[in-house]
Design a protein around this ligand. Structure first.
Ligand SMILES: Cc1cc2nc3c(=O)[nH]c(=O)nc-3n(C[C@H](O)[C@H](O)[C@H](O)COP(=O)(O)OP(=O)(O)OC[C@H]3O[C@@H](n4cnc5c(N)ncnc54)[C@H](O)[C@@H]3O)c2cc1C
Length: 381
């Protein structure tokens, strides 16, 4: 039986652990640095059909219907005038069993960890990785060491394991944007709260979507914001009330009253990957944000984490691990270009270019060929 060690109990680590756990040829352990698995209680996540199809292989379709939602459209609005620009029918990519899904992150994490309780070890912060022949020896800050046949690194965008194994700092970059997250306690008159509402504004966009059929709405905004190098590292800044007030004041919306109805408001800097890192050791692999973190404007980070984890699991089983990196880079590049382009076009500020963008957008959301290429290529796997 092969021993598999997974570093980090986020979406990617938990998902791949489920796959290994269902196969009697592997013995899996997940090492998480925190004292518990973070549920990110309250906040939402969007999952496109590519990840739903894979999640169904571990029983996601059996999740109670009141715990997830299937929006059918993305409604685009101008955040200045609040006028609707156009709508995109995302249900077009759905099939009977695989539908574009929104849900609470806590629902997804609880689903992913439910069969893994005895294999998740919390309070394990990795400190050293050594390779001896085909065995990998891992040391943790709590003094424990373990040996395994496969090491899967899924410890997020700031991956310490990646730095340890590459023997150099592999730093992500600040995306020059802050994320503002919360739960809307009241629906807004101007929106269709059964679908995804995407408001496009200068240097800012925000998205509101339902996370369950009972009316809970997730709010997420991305705002261009300069932070000095020092401030980027100062995590206490993001819970400082003066800073939070300053950021909220800068939000370029005329009517901000609804922000008072936001629960669990959280502001944090968005970091993204600059490049890919090919590991030189055969039985050590990166997945999820540790492999590559995108700007969040295409809502694909979690879906790609799930897709990448699935591909890696399959390639380990088929002994085709050498193809995993090459294939994942190809898909990741496609997603990254779209994520960057979305952010650029969502944040246009010049009235003329905004006008042109809106006209183009109205056409593109109806253009089957374009949609097949821009979304279909990503949503299919
Ligand atoms: C604002 C925003 C909105 C987003 N919205 C969406 C969306 O709607 N849809 C979507 O698909 N994606 C979305 N994403 C992206 C998505 O959230 C991430 O891509 C995904 O959560 C990555 O999962 P992960 O498991 O790779 O990493 P993480 O969730 O970061 O998990 C890493 C885990 O590793 C642990 N860890 C860290 N260091 C160590 C260590 N040294 N030792 C042991 N354990 C360690 C951490 O504690 C954590 O539990 C969004 C991202 C942002 C920033």
């Amino acid at each position: 039986m092969k021993k598999v060690a997974i570093i980090g109990a986020g979406i990617s680590g938990l998902f791949i652990a489920n796959l290994f756990n269902r196969n009697p040829n592997y013995q899996v352990s997940i090492y998480e640095k925190n004292s518990s698995v973070a549920l990110e209680e309250g906040y939402g996540v969007q999952l496109s059909v590519n990840s739903i199809k894979i999640l169904n292989e571990i029983g996601f379709e059996k999740l109670q219907n009141n715990e997830k939602f299937n929006p059918e459209k993305i409604n685009f609005y101008s955040s200045k005038s609040l006028k609707k620009i156009c709508e995109l029918d995302i249900a077009n990519f759905n099939s009977e069993d695989c539908k574009y899904t929104t849900l609470k992150r806590s629902t997804l994490i609880n689903f992913l960890k439910k069969d893994l309780r005895e294999y998740i070890k919390t309070g394990y912060n990795i400190s050293k990785i050594d390779q001896q022949d085909k065995q990998i020896k891992i040391s943790f800050e709590n003094g424990e060491t373990i040996e395994c046949d496969y090491l899967i690194i899924s410890d997020g965008v700031f991956s310490k394991s990646k730095s340890l194994i590459s023997k150099s700092e592999t730093k992500p970059k600040y995306n020059n944007t802050l994320a503002i997250r919360g739960i809307l306690t009241k629906s807004l008159e101007s929106i269709d709260d059964k679908n995804i509402s995407l408001f496009l504004g200068p240097d800012f966009h925000h998205v509101i979507y339902p996370v369950s059929p009972n009316g809970d709405l997730n709010f997420i905004a991305i705002m261009k914001y300069h932070l000095s190098e020092e401030d980027q590292k100062n995590y206490s800044l993001f819970s400082d009330n003066t800073f939070i007030k300053k950021v909220l004041h800068k939000i370029p919306l005329e009517n901000k009253d609804f922000l008072d109805d936001l629960k669990e408001l959280k502001i944090f800097p968005v970091f993204i990957s600059g490049d890919f890192h090919k590991l030189q050791i055969n039985n050590v692999h990166l997945i999820g944000d540790a492999f590559f973190a995108f700007p969040p404007s295409f809502a694909q980070g979690a879906s790609q984490s799930i897709e990448g984890a699935y591909e890696l699991f399959k390639s380990i089983g088929n002994n085709t691990e050498s193809n995993f990196f090459k294939n994942r880079v190809k898909k990741t590049k496609m997603v990254n270009i779209r994520s960057k382009f979305n952010q650029f076009s969502f944040h246009l500020s010049n009235p003329l270019t905004t006008f042109a963008r809106n006209i183009l957008l109205k056409r593109l959301v109806k253009n089957k060929k374009f949609l097949e290429s821009y979304l279909g290529k990503i949503y299919q796997n």
